[in-house]
Design a protein around this ligand. Sequence first.
Ligand code: SAH
Length: 241
Amino acid sequence: MLSDVKIVLVGTTHPGNIGAVARAMKNMNMSQLCLVAPKIFPSADATARASGADDVLAGAMVCQTLQEAIADCRIVFGASARSRTISWPEMTPKECAEEIFVRRPGHRAAIVFGREHSGLTNEELDLCRYLVHIPCNPKFSSLNLAAAVQVVCYELFVAAGIDDRNAIGDKGEHPLATSAQMESFYAHLYQTLIDTGYLQVEQSKSTMRRLRRIYNRAQLDTKEVDMLRGILRMTQGEHRN
Ligand code: SAH
């Protein structure tokens, strides 16, 4: 359902863009908006640009960190105008919408959009499982924030229609782990790798980023994360003995 999908805006500078995003979302029957450390909010500019989507603005959740915003989400996409040096698995908005509504129906998802001037940092993208890129002129690939949200929400709206025609349900399997569960797992993994001497603090950043890529590809469910945490606990115990 469209209400399972959260649009997250990180560090938005212009409040007018927040209003335009609310409008773009309401046009596509979406309402879950989350603002991470917006520069100015609430604001008359945001309300003016929302043009009647005031309810979406009023219902917006404001957080200080991206971790907080996506803690309850099981699938997280980072929207990026650029390709990155370390490759994140990349999808088009259509593929992203199909992943959410056709392949993973019933899973809470977030799509994260970056700052107008600098986009998302690599550390923020580390929290995302996939990258979503809107194909466009490679020499002029940065869309206005609300325009980017509009394109993605349109594809979500179309795919949600397909979802309505399909039976919703997870066929008795375990749901994917939430972002909060994955972050606790990475913290546990990091500590274990340090304790066992595999990892030195100085080179930990790039190794941890590579490990995230591996586990992201595996699309772990809650039961699998529990199992891996159990293995880490035993490994730490062994090491201490
Ligand atoms: N100058 C920034 C782009 C900022 S545009 C940069 O180079 O990264 C603001 C946000 O809109 C981006 O962070 C991204 O989330 C979204 N966006 C803009 N163009 C996009 C595109 N072609 N594909 C996916 N997201 C895009």
